[in-house]
Design a protein around this ligand. Structure first.
Ligand SMILES: Nc1nc2c(ncn2[C@@H]2O[C@H](COP(=O)(O)OP(=O)(O)OP(=O)(O)O)[C@@H](O)[C@H]2O)c(=O)[nH]1
Length: 395
């Protein structure tokens, strides 16, 4: 027999709960395994993972309530379910706070849990009132979700995953707020939330769905953050923080296309520390590393925002100067040499650099071609006594 249209939309709450509990458990495992792999890079995943486990425990306790014989075991299961759900939603707040680099609000978390549980116990054991209990839980959830919503809108970057999370968590905050008002205004007819009733149905379905969607959105944000970190690592030098060869190539290619289209010039500077081996030998590699960081800072400060500096390994730096011809490149080179004399950290051994400068002279010249000419100028600077600037010869 084919089901009529009315049957298509009937929800079996117990099945729905079981499915979303199982999915929350799976999601918790995904979050935990991501946390194990990237705990230093993405924070908050462990709290979210534990929060979802609490949702699982809460769901199981709710399901047990209807199955246990006697009144008290049932009430104990309901109390446990509430305790786990308070923890679950609260932990998601702590996780989101950590994700956005905030200190987790432990005081708020414990305070709301304690007050919430006292009120739940009161309205369950002393003066039974289902509506008041649901309203108390909804208010607690509203506070936990509002904190996350505020953070997501304030701290989130402009990317789909962050917007998605912000929209969902705001919708969730508004949903639990609506739940609070309906719990207080519409008569609560049954103690058992698993018994089908229109309002209970709608809110239970929405809560299960939103819990999962929020977890998905949080995972999407975590993946986006990870993507940014990996991109940064693959294009930047870990010691000095400036571009590496790969990062440099990306920026060079972009600039070359853009400048070539407008017929504008592009210059390159090869900068090499003088007698760096002697510094390493005399003061050790740690001091040598600090010298490299200091040089990278000094070069970066001497540049415009549109210029790029890269470390090509060892003690060689390359600077890309878009829209610059030889006179400006010379000016920048002299500014760097001057900063080495006047702005140097006294705690480090003094340093000088040799610099080779080259400018693309034709549209056909490749990066390798220009680099060869600039390097030749750099070697000439070394041969001519170091601590000086030399211009590249024409190809
Ligand atoms: N501390 C430190 N040293 C490095 C690093 N990479 C390369 N070096 C050292 O840089 C030194 C480069 O030595 P050389 O190529 O002889 O160059 P130099 O002593 O500066 O001599 P000139 O360039 O001719 O003035 C070597 O001692 C390398 O061990 C690094 O990441 N950290």
């Amino acid at each position: 027999m084919t089901p009529g249209p009315a049957l298509l939309f009937q929800l079996d709450l117990r099945t729905l709960l079981l499915m979303s509990v199982a999915m929350s458990g799976g999601m918790s495992m995904v979050m935990y395994s991501l946390h194990r792999s990237f705990r230093g890079e993405v924070r908050g995943l462990n709290r979210w993972s534990l929060g979802l486990l609490c949702v699982v425990a809460g769901g199981v306790s709710f399901a047990l309530n209807g199955q246990l014989p006697g009144v008290w075991p049932g009430k104990a299961a309901l109390l446990a379910a509430n305790a786990f759900l308070f923890w679950g939603v609260g932990l998601s707040m702590l996780g989101t706070q950590e994700f956005f680099g905030r200190r987790p609000s432990w005081g708020l978390f414990h305070g709301i849990w304690l007050v919430g549980m006292l009120l739940t116990a009161w309205w369950m054991l002393v003066q039974p009132h289902l509506g008041a209990r649901i309203a108390a839980f909804s208010l607690a959830a509203f506070i936990f979700y509002s904190v996350q919503s505020w953070l997501a809108w304030r701290e989130g970057v402009r990317h789909f995953s962050y917007c998605f999370f912000a929209v969902l968590v705001t919708a969730q905050a508004l949903t639990v707020l609506a739940r609070m008002f309906t719990a207080l205004t519409v008569d609560a007819v049954t103690e058992d939330v698993l018994v089908n009733g229109a309002l209970v149905n709608v809110f239970m379905a929405l809560a299960s769905f939103m819990t999962l969607m929020l977890a998905v959105a949080f995972l999407m944000m975590a993946m986006r953050r990870l993507q940014g970190i990996l991109e940064e690592r693959s294009t930047h030098d870990p010691l000095t923080g400036v571009l590496n060869r790969r990062g440099f190539d990306i920026f060079y290619n972009k600039q070359r296309v853009q400048l070539g289209r407008d017929g504008r010039p592009l210059s390159l500077m090869s900068i090499d520390l003088d007698h760096f081996k002697a510094i390493n030998d005399r003061y050790g590699h740690v001091v040598g590393d600090r010298v490299l960081v200091q040089i990278a800072n000094i070069i970066s400060q001497a540049l415009r925002e549109s210029d790029y500096v890269a470390r090509f390994g060892g003690e060689e730096f390359v600077v890309l100067l878009p829209d610059a011809e030889v006179p400006r490149a010379m000016m920048v080179a002299e500014r760097i040499r001057e900063a080495l004399r006047t702005g140097w950290d006294d705690q480090l051994p003094p340093c000088t650099v040799s610099i080779g400068i080259g400018t693309h002279l034709s549209r056909e010249e490749t990066l390798d071609g220009l680099m060869d000419r600039t390097d030749a100028a750099l070697y000439r600077a070394k041969e001519n006594g170091r601590d000086r600037v030399e211009l590249a010869a024409a190809p």
